[in-house]
Each structure stands twice: as structure tokens, then as C-alpha cells.
Design a protein around this ligand. Structure first.
Ligand SMILES: [Cu+2]
Length: 149
């Protein structure tokens, strides 16, 4: 009787333990909590798409984004919008700091991800893969393409 119960118990314990380790491992690679990511659908002739999202930093250290990339575009950049001589301009940001315990919103008319020169077409319901580089660490996500209102 004893010998039958013990292996089952050990098996259950090891399953619980491995689940615990897996969830911890996933957490370690995810530095930013990214919410509300999307890209407005653009007409097929448009080669450039914008990406918006909320970047939350749950850690107690500033997170510095040092680059963004996507296999489906020639270049990906982070842009800010600035008013110069009465005109809106987009400025490339080499880095973007998400403050400790803080957040940065990428939203229309403000900071955004600029996907430049698409290598394939995207329509409503598709997803754009994006990798965010933070020094030696990186984090990947996919932005759903949504019909713009
Ligand atoms: Cu831009």
C-alpha cells in the first residue's frame, strides 16, 4: 500500500514543482508588462505602419529600450512627435526610458513605433511581430492589426 501511494505523490509534487519553475523562468525574461498593443490597419499601398502600446515597468530599476525590430519590415524605429515651425515632425528616439514602477504610453499623436517599409501585407486581424531590445535582454510580442475608425 505504502509503495503505491508514494510514487503518485512524488509525481504530483514534481509536476507542481516543474510548473512553478516554468512560470518563474517565463517571468525572468519578461521585463516589461505590455498592454493594449495594436497597429491601425493602413491601405495596401502604404509601406509604413504605426504601433501603439502601454509599457509598464514593474521593476524597481529604470528599463532602457535600446532598439526595436521586426522580421516583416526593413526598419523599425521609435518616434516622438514634436511641433516645429508650426508643423508636426517625427523624431527618431535612439533610446526610450521606462521609469522604475512607471509607465510610458505609445499612442496616436505622441510616441509610437514606426514600422518602415513592409516586406509583406497586413490586414485587420493579422499580427505584426515585434522584438524590443533592452541592452542584452530582449522581449518579443505581436501587435494585432486593427481596422482604424
Ligand atoms: Cu513615426
Amino acid at each position: 500500500m505504502k509503495t503505491r501511494i508514494l510514487p503518485t505523490l512524488l509525481l504530483k509534487l514534481s509536476v507542481i514543482l516543474s510548473l512553478f519553475i516554468t512560470s518563474n523562468a517565463l517571468h525572468a525574461t519578461e521585463l516589461l508588462h505590455i498592454k493594449k498593443a495594436y497597429s491601425p490597419e493602413a491601405p495596401p499601398v502604404v509601406k509604413i505602419l504605426a504601433g501603439y502600446m502601454e509599457l509598464h515597468n514593474p521593476t524597481s530599476k529604470d528599463i532602457v529600450i535600446t532598439g526595436v525590430s521586426s522580421p516583416d519590415f526593413e526598419h523599425v524605429e521609435i518616434h516622438s512627435m514634436v511641433m516645429r515651425d508650426g508643423m508636426m515632425h517625427m523624431d527618431r528616439q535612439d533610446t526610450l526610458v521606462v521609469p522604475a514602477k512607471g509607465q510610458v504610453n505609445l499612442e496616436p499623436g505622441d510616441l509610437h513605433v514606426m514600422f518602415i517599409n513592409k516586406l509583406k501585407s497586413f490586414k485587420d486581424g493579422d499580427h505584426i511581430p515585434l522584438t524590443i531590445q533592452m541592452g542584452k535582454q530582449s522581449q518579443s510580442l505581436s501587435l494585432p492589426v486593427r481596422k482604424s475608425e
